[in-house]
Design a protein around this ligand. Structure first.
Ligand SMILES: *Cc1c(COP(=O)(O)O)cnc(C)c1O
Length: 308
């Protein structure tokens, strides 16, 4: 599958030098199932079908891109879907959940303490008793099959790049990309959470799913660098500065970033460029992981439009 690439030019310190940045538009894969959540669903849907499950159950917060993508994919590929949502029901439903319901997803709410135990045998059994048989996909679609999908983000042509950049939540996408790096390439990972250094361990956990050989894992991780300074206070936290940046970037380059993951990475990238981190020789590929379905919910939350 060929995914579009956009190129933007960013000034490098002195105004006569620019650096070209290629952006892999995973956000354009599909209008409702875009980005890395499509990558992670691909082989999970295949497994559900192979195992004869017509219902998919998965987990997420009320604004989750993964809940949205699973609902849309269920409608498109003919699966019943159940979204297990963290916390209580809030009516009217926010744009993410009302779209999910309109695509046929059934919502099931779990209070926060039960949700924390969602991967336990007890909670799974309880869900089976209440909801019947299902193929279960973990939160964010981050499992072995999700990882395999993320290993298809980089293509043979991408060997030309020296640096690949991606955001991280669970680290599954970053691990999938890292597994496919060439020896001359570096992966810069931008965690969307505060204290994002833990993403390194999570990436190692995912890489183990493919091969647990210690030298193999160390070799891959030697090409990975975490950039942990651009979380803006933590997961789903946003600041006026970030919102302003998103609007300015859109005006300059006509590309929208989501505010939770890619926007923070893009802000971080431009800040690193300003600080002289890259030279004109470097060839950068930024992975746009999608997530734009969440913009409407954030605009409601902050009471202003981010994009025209
Ligand atoms: C879920 C998500 C991520 C994080 O992906 P992980 O594989 O969990 O690290 C990044 N960007 C967007 C837009 C997402 O929806």
């Amino acid at each position: 599958m060929e995914v579009a690439t956009s190129t933007v030019e960013i000034p490098l310190g002195s105004q006569y030098n620019i650096i070209q940045i290629d952006i892999r538009r995973e956000d354009l894969i599909h209008p409702t199932i875009g980005g890395n959540k499509w990558r992670k669903l691909k082989y999970n849907l295949e497994q559900a079908k192979l195992r004869g499950n017509s219902t998919i159950l998965t987990f997420g917060g009320a604004y989750s891109n993964h809940i949205s993508a699973t609902a849309a994919a269920g409608k498109l590929y003919g699966f019943e879907t159940i979204g297990v949502i963290r916390g209580e029901e809030h009516l009217p439903l926010n744009p993410t959940l009302s779209n999910a319901v309109s695509w046929g997803m059934k919502l099931h709410y779990l209070d926060r303490s039960t949700y924390k135990e969602k991967d336990s045998f007890e909670v799974k059994e309880q869900l089976c008793d209440q909801l019947g048989a299902f193929y279960m996909i973990p939160e964010g679609g981050s499992n072995y099959y999700g990882l395999n999908g993320c290993m298809e983000i980089l293509t043979k042509e991408d060997e030309q790049y020296t640096h690949i950049l991606c955001p991280a939540g669970t680290g599954c996408t970053a691990a999938g990309i890292a597994l496919m790096l060439k020896p001359h390439q570096k992966l810069l990972v931008f965690p969307a959470l505060k204290g994002g250094a833990f993403i390194k361990d999570e990436m190692i956990r995912f890489i183990h799913m493919i091969d647990a050989d210690q030298e193999f894992v160390e070799d891959i991780m030697s090409r990975v660098e975490l950039v942990t300074d651009y979380h803006f206070g933590g997961y789903a936290k946003i600041s006026p500065e970030l919102i302003e940046f998103l609007g300015e970037f859109y005006n300059a380059h006509h590309i929208k970033w989501d505010a939770i993951y890619n926007g923070k990475m893009a802000y971080g990238l431009l800040d690193l460029i300003k600080k002289g981190r890259f030279s004109q020789k470097d060839k950068l590929l930024v992975i746009h992981t999608g997530g734009l379905q969440g913009i409407e919910g954030i605009e409601q939350r902050i009471g202003e439009k981010i994009y025209p």
